[in-house]
Design a protein around this ligand. Structure first.
Ligand SMILES: Cc1cc2nc3c(=O)[nH]c(=O)nc-3n(C[C@H](O)[C@H](O)[C@H](O)COP(=O)(O)OP(=O)(O)OC[C@H]3O[C@@H](n4cnc5c(N)ncnc54)[C@H](O)[C@@H]3O)c2cc1C
Length: 380
C-alpha cells in the first residue's frame, strides 16, 4: 500500500527531486553514500543552496525566511533529502532553537538570531546533557548565578554533538538550586568564544570526534541571552523536545540504506542467496510499515493529540530498523569494509557507520525510556 498523495503533493515531490538532482554536489552525495555523516562545509554549502527555495527552513514562517510548508510537504522534502542522500537542514538551528525563539524569544533575539540560524552564519549546538544528567535531564547541575547584567556560568556539558564546529550553544542551566528540579532551570544562549569555555572532543568507537565535552568556568553570559523567563527554561526544553517529531522515524534514510544494500549485494548474489533475499524483504516490509505509521501519525493532528506517545513508537522502531540496516551494510561490505579508511573524513565508512549507529538508541531519548513511556501509556 502506498501513501495517497494529492496531485499537488506529487508535483511538489517531483520538483524537489529535480532540484536535488540538479544541485546536490556529486562529492557530497558520494561521501554520504559511503556512510559518512555530512561535515560542516557540506552542510553549510547545501543549506545555502536549499535556502534559494526557502527549503533550508521548510516549516518556518515566510517572515523568518522559511517556506511555510505544510506537514506533508515537509515530510516529502525530508524523505527526498534522505533518499538522495543529501545533508538535512542543520537540526540544532532549524528544528530546535529556531522554533523556541519564535515562541519564547524577545523581538530582539528573533531579529538578531533567526536570519543567522537560517543562513548558518551561526552554528549552534545543544548543551543539555551532563555527566549526571541524561535521561533524567532535570537533574542538571551547571549553574548560572545572576550578577548585574550577566549570568556567571559554571559546570560541564557532555556528548555535545558538533560543538567542535559550533559558534554558539543553547544550554539548560540551573538558576535556582533551592527550587524543585524542573522549576530552577533556565535556557541560555552562550557564545562559545567567551573566556572560560573549553571544548574537548570525545573520540567515539567509529574513530570520529563528533561528540564533545564542554567545560564552563566563570563564563559571563549577558542576561539579554536568557530565552523566556528565568527559572522557566524547562518549558522551552519541553517545547523543543516535543517539537522534534517530524524527522524522528528517518524513513527516507532507511529506504536509501536498503537500496544501497540491494546494490552492494548485486543481482547474482541475491539470486543465489534466499536467506539474504528474505532478510531484505523483511526490512522492506518493516520500512513500509514505518512509513505508513509515520505519515498517519504526523498528518493526523487528532492522533497526535490522542496518542502523544506514538512519537516513541516512531523513535524506537525507526532506530531499530536503522541499526539492522547499518549492520547488514557492514556485513555486505565484507573484507573491504574492514579496511581502515584513509581518514575519518574519506573512504568507505560502512563499518564505522555501523559502529556509530549503536548510539541511535541512546541519543534523542534511549530505547528504554521510549519503552517506559509506551508502557505507561498502555497501562494508563
Ligand atoms: C552520539 C551521541 C550524541 C549526542 N548528542 C547530544 C547533544 O548534542 N546534546 C546533548 O545535550 N546530549 C547529547 N547526547 C546525550 C544523550 O541525550 C544522552 O546520552 C541520553 O539522553 C542518555 O543519557 P545518559 O548518557 O546520561 O545515560 P543514562 O540516562 O545514565 O542511562 C544509562 C542507561 O540506563 C537506562 N535508563 C536510564 N533511566 C532509565 C529509566 N528511568 N528506566 C529504564 N532505563 C533507564 C538508559 O536507557 C541507558 O541504557 C548525545 C549522545 C550520544 C550517544
Amino acid at each position: 500500500m502506498d501513501i495517497a498523495f494529492t496531485p499537488e503533493q506529487l508535483a511538489f515531490r517531483d520538483e524537489v527531486r529535480a532540484f536535488i538532482a540538479a544541485r546536490l554536489p556529486a562529492a557530497t552525495r558520494a561521501r554520504l553514500r559511503q556512510g559518512h555523516l555530512p561535515n560542516k562545509e557540506e552542510t553549510v554549502a547545501w543549506q545555502r543552496i536549499l535556502a534559494e527555495r526557502g527549503w533550508s527552513a521548510p516549516h518556518w514562517p515566510r517572515e523568518y525566511g522559511g517556506a511555510a510548508l505544510g506537514q506533508a510537504e515537509r515530510l516529502i522534502l525530508l524523505d527526498e533529502l534522505y533518499r538522495a542522500p543529501a545533508p538535512l537542514p542543520q537540526i540544532f538551528n532549524m528544528n530546535m532553537l529556531g522554533p523556541v525563539l519564535m515562541k519564547f524569544g524577545t523581538p530582539a533575539q528573533r531579529d538578531f538570531f533567526l536570519p543567522k540560524l537560517a543562513s548558518l552564519e551561526l552554528w549552534f549546538c545543544q548543551g543539555f546533557s551532563e555527566p549526571g544528567a541524561g535521561s533524567d535531564l532535570a537533574s542538571l547541575r551547571t549553574s548560572a548565578r545572576r550578577e548585574g547584567e550577566f549570568y556567571i556560568v559554571n559546570g560541564q556539558k557532555t556528548w555535545t554533538s558538533t560543538a567542535q564546529w559550533a559558534d554558539w550553544m543553547f544550554a539548560l542551566v540551573r538558576t535556582n538550586p533551592e527550587a524543585r528540579k524542573q522549576e530552577g532551570i533556565s535556557f541560555l544562549l552562550i557564545d562559545l568564544k567567551t573566556p572560560g569555555i573549553t571544548v574537548r572532543p570525545i573520540r567515539s568507537i567509529d574513530g570520529t570526534d563528533h561528540v564533545n565535552e564542554v567545560f564552563l568556568e566563570d563564563v559571563k553570559v549577558p542576561a539579554a541571552h536568557l530565552v523566556g523567563e528565568e527559572n522557566k527554561g524547562w518549558d522551552c526544553a519541553k517545547f523543543l523536545l516535543a517539537n522534534e517529531r517530524t524527522g524522528i522515524a528517518n524513513v527516507g534514510l532507511c529506504q536509501e540504506r536498503l537500496q544501497l544494500a540491494r546494490e552492494l549485494a548485486g543481482v547474482d548474489v541475491l539470486a543465489a542467496d534466499a536467506a539474504l533475499r528474505r532478510e531484505l524483504a523483511v526490512l522492506d516490509a518493516e520500512i513500509r510499515a514505518l512509513e505508513l505509521t509515520n505519515y498517519r501519525f504526523l498528518l493526523t493532528p487528532s492522533q497526535q493529540a490522542a496518542l502523544p506517545a506514538f512519537a516513541s513508537v516512531l523513535k524506537l522502531k525507526g532506530t531499530e530498523i536503522q541499526q539492522e540496516l547499518h549492520a547488514l551494510l557492514a556485513r555486505l561490505a565484507g573484507a573491504d569494509g574492514l579496511e581502515q579508511p584513509v581518514s575519518a573524513e574519506e573512504g568507505p565508512h560502512l563499518v564505522q557507520r555501523y559502529l556509530f549507529s549503536r548510539a541511535l538508541s541512546i541519543y534523542g531519548g534511549t530505547s528504554e525510556i521510549q519503552k517506559d513511556i509506551l508502557a505507561r501509556t498502555i497501562l494508563a
